[in-house]
Design a protein around this ligand. Structure first.
Ligand code: NI
Length: 135
C-alpha cells in the first residue's frame, strides 16, 4: 500500500456558534471564535489517497487528477467564502475544523478514481489540526 498526498490551501471565515445555546453559553464554549461577524483562517488541507501502484503507470493516483478533483469539489466552494453561509456542504453544522474535515471527506470519498481516500487532514493554524479517516 502506498499513500499519496496532495496539499492545498484556502482562506475562509467562520463563526463557531450553536443556535440552540444562549449567547452566554456560546461565549463560554467558543470564546473569541464566537465573534459575531466571524474571523478568518488560512487553512492547509492534506488529502491522502491509499492504494496499490498501477504497474502500467507507476501511479496510485495521478496527482494532477487528484489536484483537479480537490479544486473542483472543495477549494472552489470554500476559498474566500464564509463557511457558515456560503458553502453547500457545511449547511447546518458548526464549522469547526472537525466538521470541515468531515465535510471535505464527504465531498471527495466517492470521487477518487483509483486507490481509496485514506485521510483528510485540515490545519486551522500552524499548531492545530484535525484528521478524519472516515466513519
Ligand atoms: Ni476560527
Amino acid at each position: 500500500m502506498v499513500y499519496v498526498t496532495r496539499r492545498e490551501v484556502f482562506s475562509a471565515s467562520h463563526r463557531l456558534h450553536n443556535e440552540n445555546l444562549s449567547d452566554a453559553e456560546n461565549e463560554a464554549i467558543f470564546d473569541k471564535c464566537n465573534n459575531y461577524y466571524g474571523h478568518g483562517h488560512n487553512y492547509v488541507l492534506e488529502v491522502v489517497v491509499a492504494g496499490e501502484v498501477d504497474p502500467e503507470t507507476g501511479y496510485v493516483i495521478d496527482l494532477k487528477k487528484l489536484k483537479n478533483i480537490i479544486k473542483e469539489n472543495v477549494i472552489r466552494k470554500v476559498d474566500h467564502k464564509h463557511l457558515n453561509y456560503d458553502v453547500d456542504f457545511m449547511k447546518n453544522v458548526i464549522p469547526t475544523a472537525e466538521n470541515i474535515a468531515i465535510g471535505i471527506w464527504n465531498q471527495l470519498a466517492d470521487k477518487i478514481p483509483s486507490g481509496k481516500l485514506y485521510s483528510v487532514k485540515l490545519f486551522e493554524t500552524e499548531n492545530n489540526y484535525v484528521e478524519y479517516k472516515g466513519a
